[in-house]
Write a protein that binds this ligand. Structure first.
Ligand code: AMP
Ligand code: GLY
Length: 439
C-alpha cells in the first residue's frame, strides 16, 4: 500500500461522537477539534462546556438507549465513536455499536472486564506473569473473615465490580479490614459486592501508564500521576481524582519501555489468548514498590483527570491514531507525536464532594486567553437563563502547560483563582512531587 492510499483512508475521518459527560470527554473533544480535517464533534450528552470549543456540540437524543444512539450515528454519518466512561463499556455498548457496523474506540464487554471485575483482572495477571499484589477472592463473608484472621494483618479490601471508585478500602487495622469486608457484603455496592478481593497491602509511589490498542498492537502514551485523595497531603477520602500531571517524572523513557514489556504487552497478549480483540485504552495503575513495579488496578478507558493533563500534550495526529485503532490498523496511523512540555491539571470540586455534591450554583469564569491554558468542564450545565451552573461533584479543571512543572502549575493556579462558585474547593498541592515552588 502506498503512503497516499493510507492517508486517504484515514482522511475519511470527519465526524466523531464521544460518549460521556465528564472532564475526560471535554478534553478529548478539545484535542480532536484541533485537527483541521475534523468537521464536527458531537458529545453525548456532553456538559456545559462542550460547545465552548470549535466544532463541538452536545448531542442529546430523547432517549439514551443503544438503538437511539445507533440511529443518531447513522443519521449524522459518524465515522468514529469514542466511549469515555467504564459503565457503558462494561454494559456492552461497544458490542452493540459494532454489530450495527459502526467504528468504535473502546473495548467490547469481554475486554472491559479488565476493569469491571477485579477478580477477572487478577486472574489475567497471574496467567500472564504480570506483577501484582497477592490476593484472595471469595463470595462468602465468613470465608473472607477467616482469611483475614489467618493472615492476621490489615489488608486492602476491594469489591469485585464497578463501584464508582468507592469500592476499595486501604485498611490500617485488622478491625478496619473486618468492617470493610462486612461493608462489601452489606449490599452497599449492589452486584459489584457479590465477591470480595482481599489484597496484600503494598507501598510505594503510584503512577499510571496507558496504551492505545487496536486489538493486535499498541502504542504507549506519556505516564501521568493522579491525586486520588480529597485533601492536601494525600489525606481524606478517595475521590475520582483531584488533579494530575503529565508526563510523570517517576519513570524515565527507558523505564516506560521496560514497563511496556513487563505489563502492557503481556496484558494485550493475555487478552488475545482469551480471543478478545481489545480496542481501546489499557490503563494500568502501578505502585513502584521496593521489590519492583506492581499493578494495583486496570481501567478500560482513559483516566480522569489524567486524560485532561495528557490531551494538551498530544500531536494533531491523535484523531487519526484513535481512528486507526478503532479500525484495527494501527500500523497505518501516522506516528503520534507529543508536545515536550509539562502539563498540570487541577480539579475544582463543589461542596459536599465526593459524598453528596451540591448542585445548581452559578459558575463565574474569567480566565486569561492563553494557548497554554484550558478550562475543561465536568459537572457543569447551562440553565434556562444561559448561565453555567454546577451539576456534579468535580465541576471543572484548569489545565496549563509550561516548560517546567513550576511554570505550568503557576499558570494553572493563577487562573483557577479567577473562577468562582459557591463551595468551590481544590487542592493547593497538586504536583507537589514535581514542583519546587508551592502555590
Ligand atoms: P483502585 O480503586 O484500585 O485504584 O484503588 C484506589 C487506591 O487504593 C489506589 O490508588 C491505591 O492508593 C490504593 N490501593 C489499591 N490497592 C492497594 C494495595 N494492594 N496496597 C496498597 N494500596 C492499594
Ligand atoms: N483518576 C482515576 C480514574 O480515572 O480511575
Amino acid at each position: 500500500m502506498t503512503k497516499n492510499q493510507k492517508t486517504e483512508e484515514l482522511s475519511e475521518l470527519k465526524k466523531i461522537l464521544i460518549i460521556g459527560s465528564g472532564g475526560r470527554e471535554n478534553s478529548i473533544a478539545w484535542a480532536l477539534s484541533k485537527n483541521p480535517s475534523i468537521e464536527q464533534i458531537y458529545v453525548c450528552p456532553g456538559n456545559g462546556g462542550t460547545a465552548d470549543f470549535e466544532k463541538c456540540i452536545c448531542l442529546n437524543p430523547k432517549s439514551k438507549d443503544e438503538e437511539t444512539i445507533i440511529l443518531e450515528c447513522q443519521r449524522l454519518q459518524i465515522n468514529l465513536i469514542i466511549i469515555g466512561p467504564e459503565v457503558p463499556l462494561a454494559q456492552g455498548l461497544a458490542n452493540q455499536l459494532r454489530q450495527a457496523g459502526l467504528t468504535v474506540f473502546g473495548p467490547s464487554k469481554d475486554g472491559a472486564q479488565l476493569e469491571a471485575s477485579k477478580d477477572w483482572a487478577k486472574t489475567l495477571m497471574i496467567e500472564n506473569n504480570i506483577p501484582t499484589a497477592k490476593h484472595w477472592t471469595t463470595h462468602s463473608q465468613e470465608e473472607a473473615l477467616d482469611i483475614l484472621r489467618s493472615f492476621n494483618q490489615p489488608l486492602v479490601i476491594k469489591a469485585d465490580g464497578l463501584a464508582a471508585g468507592k469500592g476499595v478500602t486501604v485498611c490500617e487495622t485488622i478491625d478496619q479490614s473486618e468492617d470493610a469486608i462486612k461493608e462489601v457484603f452489606s449490599g452497599k455496592f449492589g452486584t459489584a459486592g457479590n465477591k470480595v478481593i482481599l489484597e496484600e497491602k503494598i507501598e510505594g509511589p503510584e503512577v499510571s501508564i496507558f496504551a492505545l490498542c487496536d486489538g493486535e498492537k499498541l502504542i504507549v502514551l506519556p505516564p501521568a500521576q493522579d491525586h486520588k485523595r480529597l485533601l492536601e497531603g494525600d489525606k481524606g477520602p478517595n475521590t475520582g481524582g483531584m488533579g494530575a500531571y503529565a508526563p510523570a517524572r517517576l519513570i524515565n523513557q527507558k523505564e516506560l519501555e521496560e514497563l511496556t514489556e513487563l505489563i502492557l504487552i503481556p496484558t494485550l497478549e493475555g487478552l488475545k489468548k482469551k480471543k478478545i480483540k481489545y480496542v481501546g485504552v489499557i490503563y494500568a495503575g502501578l505502585m513502584l514498590t521496593s521489590s519492583g513495579p506492581k499493578v494495583i488496578e486496570f481501567n478500560c478507558r482513559f483516566g480522569d483527570p489524567e486524560c485532561q493533563a495528557l490531551m494538551p500534550l498530544m500531536g494533531d495526529e491523535f484523531a487519526s491514531v484513535l481512528f486507526a485503532c478503532a479500525r484495527g490498523e494501527l500500523e497505518k496511523a501516522p506516528k503520534l507525536t507529543f508536545n515536550n512540555g509539562c502539563s498540570a491539571c487541577i480539579v475544582a470540586a463543589t461542596k459536599g464532594y465526593p459524598d453528596s455534591p451540591k448542585k445548581g450554583d452559578q459558575i463565574y469564569i474569567n480566565v486569561e486567553s492563553n494557548p497554554s491554558l484550558q478550562v475543561f468542564h465536568a459537572g457543569t450545565a447551562i440553565d434556562q437563563f444561559d448561565n453555567i451552573i454546577t451539576s456534579g461533584g468535580r465541576v471543572l479543571s484548569v489545565v496549563a502547560q509550561g516548560e517546567s512543572f513550576d511554570k505550568a502549575f503557576e499558570l494553572a493556579y493563577k487562573n483557577l483563582k479567577k473562577i468562582n462558585f459557591n463551595g468551590m474547593h481544590f487542592r493547593n498541592d497538586i504536583g507537589y512531587q514535581v514542583r519546587k515552588i508551592s502555590s
